[in-house]
Design a protein around this ligand. Sequence first.
Ligand code: MG
Length: 273
Amino acid sequence: MFEPGVMFWAERDDLEMVRSLGVRYGQLGIPGGMPLTDAAAAQWKTALASAGFTLVTVFAAYDGEDYADIPAVARTVGFVPPQSRAARLARTLAVSDFAALLGVTSIACHVGFVPQDAGHPDYLAVREMVRRVADHAARHGQSFALETGQEPADVLLGFMRDVDRSNLRINFDPANLILYGTGEPIAALETLAPLVISVHCKDGDWPAPGVPGALGRERPLGKGSVGIARFVETLRKVGFRGPLNVERETDDRHERFRDLAEGVALLRALAQA
Ligand code: MG
């Protein structure tokens, strides 16, 4: 499984396009408003089976999230905004159920910026929510993976120890650490490696200096500041065996698939090196 895969989204990327990349593994993102009916699950299951495609992760995202800059992320993303917690908990459990119908053994999401103060009410509420999702996922035999990037590796590790659930894992995205300016990704990977169950292969450049709250710029794989060859080499060194899922966030469909295809080719070369 140490081969290219792809992160793609239902209702945005069709499976034929994904298959045309020549990959066998991937991660499916579920938009916040997508109806999670049994019929939709059955349709996906059939389509994936006939394409010979294996999903390693189902990602949850939520209506109302805004990734424009760091304050917008802090205000709107994941489990942090108090007003949407109940709805997003219900949604995440529904995504876990949906993933179970597809036979997928890991779910993931951005939980948002975990407060640094472990006594803060938001910290306690997010911790409780992560526990509830992890326990629900465990009943389906699933892990629950937190996406990296919105906090430094040691803060994430401290939070996960505090949550204290054996099926809690990490989806490691090296670019996010750069885009959010939270740390050098290779060092973070070495710190977090025992908990990493899946990865995004995404690239990006650091935020511009002197612009408070600015995010860095996401870039096609190999063209940003991650150092993808070193990233893949480090994954190999720490014993990671899962697929190398290329992620590209641009909304331009043509540009996204061109960059995904080039990313797959780059990763194929690196994985075989
Ligand atoms: Mg990612």
